[in-house]
Write a protein that binds this ligand. Structure first.
Ligand SMILES: O=C(O)c1ccccc1NCC(=O)[C@H](O)[C@H](O)COP(=O)(O)O
Length: 413
């Protein structure tokens, strides 16, 4: 579930059919209420849910039910503060039962949360999550209320107006040496071509070496400070602000505070192959450079970057939220060095003012500044730049100095 918030089917679940239905509808998990299920049914439904890749939220209300949930091995347990027999709400119920919960279990407080004071108290006590229903429905301004619950202040939706450092992706990487060099030069993403038959396609053994290097090489400290929200996303600091869709995905999916991310590039290959390579090479992101369906993003367990051409009809899907993490606007079929037309980029951005993109297509250290600044005010909506041919020498091999020059130039924009 890397591309969106988790979806819970919060229901009276009493048979497998409902769990399957939830999975098919795109839910990530289901609620199992200990009070309404006998031990055999609870165990059966719990196992069934897990067999579909969904760790259920197991709801309890008292000591006896908590014992059942813990014995079951539930990894996410919710304590209902509302007594379902009397309907009385006692906010201490969660806190009283929490000592029974093993360390690695996420404890959620359910029901009765009316404002930030409740969340603050739970957070201080080590409660891992809260479930808010009625208060959210009653709130006049839902976004502000959620921000307040998270402990945030005045600003409700953080949208990027000011210029931030561009993320840089070095694509077409063919050796562990070039990958290491690019990371140490400050690149945020290292792309390798996994499209069989293409000249830049890497063998499995090289891809494994590149993967090892990208996962093991720390970023230079200066570039890790390019986004404070990215850093907080990867540390224990909980977020305190609601963010727009693309702001969130940029901060959470496209950068890591300590190392670069590894991107595998695919083009019109079977989904099974993409999934297998993602696992085998421990890819952090998958770039789909052909006419793969948008929905694949829900089946690939890491964030997806799809490629669009400004003029192509598929570019209508470019701004669809909830699937890909960030779209790549590229001039052509990928790695061609063909220059992207700035006017085409502007047309795409004008159609959807919330859209954020990465740019590719014939970029190099000499022209990236002109292309990016040519977008005028729309520059703030470009989160990153991607290069392949532009960091290659005449012999077609990656040129380490060109990589450095590209990263340094792009990071200054
Ligand atoms: O580079 C390839 O051989 C390639 C093959 C099939 C699909 C995508 C491919 N490359 C993608 C990229 O290198 C970048 O995402 C981008 O297209 C950069 O292009 P450019 O800087 O114009 O070479």
């Amino acid at each position: 579930m890397p591309n969106r918030p988790a979806v819970l089917r919060k229901e009276f679940v009493f048979e497998e059919y409902q769990i399957l239905e939830a999975r098919l509808a795109g839910a990530d998990t289901v609620l199992l209420i200990v009070k309404m299920l006998d031990q055999a049914s609870l165990t059966r439904l719990y196992e069934y849910s897990r067999s579909l890749g969904m760790e259920p939220l197991v709801e309890v209300q008292n000591v006896e039910e908590m014992e059942v949930a813990v014995k079951l091995g539930a990894k996410v347990i919710g304590v209902n503060n509302r007594n379902l027999t009397t309907f009385d709400v006692d906010m201490e119920t969660t806190t009283r039962l929490m000592k029974m919960v093993p360390q690695d279990t996420i404890l959620c407080a359910l029901s009765g949360i009316s404002g930030p004071q409740d969340v603050k108290a739970y957070r201080e006590n080590g409660v891992g999550a809260v479930l808010v229903g009625e208060a959210l429905m009653r709130a006049k301004d839902t976004a502000r209320f959620i921000t307040e619950l998270l402990g945030g202040g005045e600003e409700v939706v953080e949208t990027r107006k000011e210029k931030k450092k561009l993320l840089v992706k070095i694509c077409g990487t063919r050796s562990a040496k070039a990958a290491k060099y690019a990371v140490e030069a400050g690149a945020d993403m290292i792309g390798m071509i996994l499209v069989t038959g293409r000249k830049r396609c890497v063998s499995t053994s090289t891809a494994r070496e590149i993967s090892r290097v990208v996962h093991g090489t720390p970023k230079p400290s200066s570039s890790s400070s390019s986004s404070s929200s990215a850093a907080s996303a990867r540390t224990s600091q909980p977020p305190t602000k609601a963010t727009s869709y693309f702001e969130h995905t940029t901060a959470h999916h496209l950068q890591h505070p300590f190392r670069a991310l590894l991107v595998g590039i695919f083009q019109d290959q079977p989904l099974d192959y993409v999934l297998e390579q993602q696992r085998l090479l421990d890819l952090d992101l998958v770039q789909l450079h052909g006419s793969e369906p948008l929905e694949w993003a829900t089946l690939i367990p890491v964030p997806v970057i799809p490629s669009f051409q400004p003029s192509g009809s598929a570019s209508l899907e470019i701004g669809t939220r909830g699937y890909h993490s960030i779209p790549l606007l590229d001039s052509g079929a990928g790695g061609t060095g063909e220059k992207l037309a700035v006017e085409g980029v502007k047309e795409v951005l004008i159609r959807d003012e919330g859209l954020r993109i990465m740019l590719a297509g014939g970029l190099n250290a000499d022209n990236v500044s002109e292309v990016v600044s040519g977008l005028g005010e729309m520059r703030a909506r470009v989160v990153g730049v991607d290069v392949s041919s532009g960091v290659e020498g005449k012999d077609g091999e990656q040129d380490l100095e060109k990589i450095r020059a590209f990263v340094e130039t792009a990071k200054r924009l």
